[in-house]
Design a protein around this ligand. Structure first.
Ligand code: GSH
Length: 204
């Protein structure tokens, strides 16, 4: 069964899906369709498949296209026979960790759009700092409360956090997110060495 994933190598949300594809062994079943766009211009993003004009979007032979990345990851794990979403009650922790990784990536993408897409005269620095304070609070929560879950067997919560941290390194290296968060920094160094993470490192 061939799947088609609308893809960009720089998107942290796409990376959550491609890491899941590697970890479930499904990567060879998916054709990557290069795409890209912004809220200002959907570009080559598949607006006809995903009305929100965002990637990742997954075309599948057995139904309408799927989006967003969390839905796609759950579909892929189901297709692979399970594994990366544990049964409840642990599931609720995994999904909350996944939401934390997503929240970090969303705030970082919004901060990037503010500085990259907005003409200089319309930029509002406090709004960017507001996004960054969401990132900082979430990183502190990971360091303070989530290290034992992060150290447990792999799940999609860990994948979301690993990809979000990789995105911070890729786009916001100057913010030095590791400062004051030694446990999370050590976890990230181990996680980034997984073959699935090495194979999907952002470029561009
Ligand atoms: N919640 C979505 C977020 C996806 C997202 O924001 N993707 C960005 C690329 S990193 C995008 O397609 N942006 C285009 C736009 O916002 O119009 C998901 O998890 O899939």
């Amino acid at each position: 069964m061939m799947l088609r994933l609308y893809h960009s190598p720089t998107s942290p949300f796409v990376r959550m899906v491609t890491v899941t594809l590697h970890e479930t062994g499904l990567i060879d079943k998916v054709a990557l369709v290069p795409s890209g766009g912004t809220p200002l211009d959907p570009g080559t993003n598949p607006v006809n498949r995903n009305p929100l004009g965002k990637i990742p979007t997954l075309e599948r032979p057995d139904g309408p296209a799927l989006y967003d990345s969390r839905v796609i990851c759950r579909y892929l794990v189901d297709l692979a026979g399970g594994g990366l979403y544990p049964p409840a009650p642990r599931l609720w922790e995994t999904l909350t960790l996944e939401a934390t990784g997503h929240g970090i990536a969303e705030a970082a993408v919004l901060a990037l759009y503010e500085t990259r897409l907005r003409p200089e005269e319309f930029r509002f620095a406090p709004w960017v700092e507001g996004q960054w304070s969401k990132v900082a609070h979430a990183l502190d929560a990971l360091e303070g409360r989530w290290m034992s879950h992060l150290a447990a067997p792999l799940d999609c919560g860990q994948i979301a956090v690993g990809c979000a941290l990789g995105y911070l390194d890729f786009r916001f290296a100057d913010r030095n997110w590791r400062a004051g968060r030694p446990a999370l920094a050590a976890w990230e160094a181990r996680f980034a060495a997984r073959p699935s993470m090495e194979a999907t490192r952002p470029v561009g």
